[in-house]
Design a protein around this ligand. Sequence first.
Ligand code: 4AD
Ligand code: MG
Length: 465
Amino acid sequence: MEKVITRSKIKDLLKMQPGIEVTAKGWVRTKRGNKNVGFIALNDGSTINNIQVVCDMASFDDEMMKRITTGACLCVTGDLVESVGSGQAVEIQAKDITIYGTADPNTYPLQKKGHTLEFLRSIAHLRPRTNTFGAVLRIRHAMAFAIHKFFNDKGFVYLHTPLITASDCEGAGAMFQVTTLDLNNPPRNENGSIDYTQDFFGRMTSLTVSGQLEGELGAMALGQIYTFGPTFRAENSNTPRHLAEFWMIEPEMAFYEIEENMDLAEEFIKYCVKYALDNCMDDLRFLNDMFDKELIERLQGVINTEFKRITYTEGIDILLKSGKNFEYPVSWGVDLQSEHERYLVEEYFKRPVIVTDYPKDIKAFYMKQNDDGKTVRGMDVLFPKIGEIIGGSQREEDLDKLNRRIAELGMDTRNLEWYIDTRRFGTAPHSGFGLGFERLLLFVTGMANIRDVIPFPRTPKNADF
Ligand code: 4AD
Ligand code: MG
């Protein structure tokens, strides 16, 4: 009978005891050697580490060996032996090699090492094969898993909210429209406007900017829910912190006031960061060495630091007294810009900061109004190097106050009656927040550009891959 050898993942192989026959499958990172012996560094994505494959050149066909170049995909069977070279405990002494696919060195874009991140963005379909993106994408997965574990362990229900919606949660008007109408010849009303009753959903619809409004419905029935899905914003901000398509985690909790909301946000971020330190050390060490020598120290710092909590008004006072010449001038009522947030976090408090009680005019309609008539119970969590990582609030649960605010803002309630029903029937104090998943990943990986922490970034003028 034929001997069946199952493939082992390189992550597991590197921890095995030598003295057994093994099979590894993966892509060639480098190949070097001389006419007697060849060394192939093989990687299969299970770990940042490669396994070294040693080939006695006399046992292999010359022509075949020449076709093995960086990027080629191989199946290697051989003996797992103790490695004489430094850097790894074991290596494979190859007995049999099958080439699944070659990669022409003249045209394979990752033939050489040391490409810039900018260049790698232009080959987003291949960049997962680099050490950097392998590390980032494994950490991204680990963070997604940690997020589900955190909420599941606390008894939150994962609620799937729709991606296609007829309401603008944040009221910022930065929505991508969804339509099946013929854009060259849409049906028109008598007054010339487009007749959306003939559109697919019989009304104007868009991609959601947030699952919060539906999340609140869930919290008013299930107590504690969270969403975790893609969100879409058509803001034309070409910054290292904005994507047109990003992932957001939005917990929503019945009976939580803003203080408990802040406690949960702080515990949540610390849990994720600790999970990365406990489970992704190989990848973090690589990113620490290659990009950001203070990364691991900063991550450890955050889990041991109490976040500073201040009101917006206190924050404005600090900024006014800073003596700094900000690009965007500071006065009570302005929205905090990234430069202001980073001053508070990086220079003034030197720790993450939670800012609460913002002017109502710069925040969304649903936030709970304070008695001063000027501010709302909103909260933003600000992080070093990033600025805002979480936005949230206690929600206005009072039907009259909510209705008055909606009227003040001139919002169309036709698409919101279902939301207002939560305040009509069994309303309750409740709170929630949204964590930008890629902003969290910027912090955890130390990458500087949000385009480098999502496999296929969508930004203005870019949906190429
Ligand atoms: O502050 P935002 O707009 O809040 C909301 O959407 C609320 N509905 C959340 C809630 O209370 N349930 O967005 C929340 C977070 C921001 O703090 C930021 O981390 C991230 O989402 N975010 C973006 N991330 C990447 N690209 C963009 N264009 C982003 N806009 C917001
Ligand atoms: Mg915000």
